[in-house]
Design a protein around this ligand. Sequence first.
Ligand code: LLP
Length: 437
Amino acid sequence: SESVIINEDGNLEIGGCDLVKLAQQYDTPLNILDEEHIRNKCRKYRRILEQYYPTTELAYAGKAFLSTTICKIVEEEGLFLDVVSEGELFTAVQAGFPGDKLLFHGNNKTSRELEYALDCNVGRIVVDSFLELELIEKLAQKKSTRVQIYFRVKPGIEAHTHKYILTGQEDSKFGFSLRQDDIMKAVNFAIKSSYIDLQGLHCHIGSQINESKPYRLAAKTMMELLISIQKIYNYSISELDLGGGMGIKYRSDDSKLDIDSLMNEISQLILDMAKDSKIELPKLIFEPGRSIIGEAGVMLYRVGVIKEIPGIRNYVSVDGGMSDNIRPALYGAEYSAVVANKANYPHNNSYTVVGKICESGDVLLQNIDLVDNLTPGDLLTVFSCGAYTYSMSSNYNRLPKPAVVLVNQGQADLIVRRESLEDVIQNDLIPERFRRN
Ligand code: LLP
């Protein structure tokens, strides 16, 4: 994060807040988000897009991290919000987020979710299947309203990323296939329907992508589809949403996607194709999640037991683990870390940082260089934990979920309360028959 510094006390400071003090005040494990960093990312994205393309919109992908306060920031920055479930939709509604700026995604939306989306006047529903399409038509008919939709399409592209987060290939549960009997059949249905407004086409090729080529291929494929819909049905699709997935830096040697040149390339390609085929220029939309909030966040842990296994490794246990960050265990994701209260000391002694979950696979950082005088009670800061960390957290081993604090110019505000032990058992019920005697 750009606002991470080492202060006079030799402690790490983010958004003007000393991490050692934050740990004292809010306890650990703690997820800390830098508000300025998030806002700067939103603004930079918009500036870049507007520079290369005449009509654009940005949507923040809430799955990366969502809370009512984040909805407020996203709204203030003028972004749309992409939600994928009733829970995310409810969060947006509770925060007073405007319904017309919501995009509703999901490969298996329930009819209750769809009905709720219509009640909330969700701006765009990204339709993923025929079943959903028919359901939306029925619901819209019942409510005598017209629903604006996108179709999610799988453009048949393989980006280089972890297979669990690949989504654009033909063998995927998401979206319609490019085959005539699939997407074109859906398009035909939508155009004929009096209750459905086909506004746009959408694709999302995967996540943590660090090269521009798959995006170019996706943009080209989607434009070809848009052009053939114009030719075959004389129907003009007015919006093209190319999803999110832009990769970020987790470690200093990670390559990082250059958003500026990516947007330049894609914009040029679309402008050229629209001109050549004389179709109306579609509005261009992106849905970044990770690249807006990922690098804005850190996880702060307290060091506990340190076990030296001579000639093998040094295990450092922290007070969280795979329950608050599943990404290392699930994807083999790698992170960088610094000891917050010893930030000035050289980090050149190798450790394996593990969590407190009862599994050997609960490794947060494999062979990471930290200070050689590491001591129980030290504070470990893991970087790039703004996205897919808290949002993927669980209560495994009945660990309460951490608190989330928003920092900005020396001010810290709690935006998600730490779960209490009462919270952990709040849904447990004891049937009457266990209460006798
Ligand atoms: N739009 C759609 C339709 C998506 O499915 C996703 C992410 C995004 C936008 C935002 O992608 P982003 O810009 O954040 O990469 N849990 C995984 C990532 C899963 C991403 C799922 N979809 C991880 O921790 O790496």
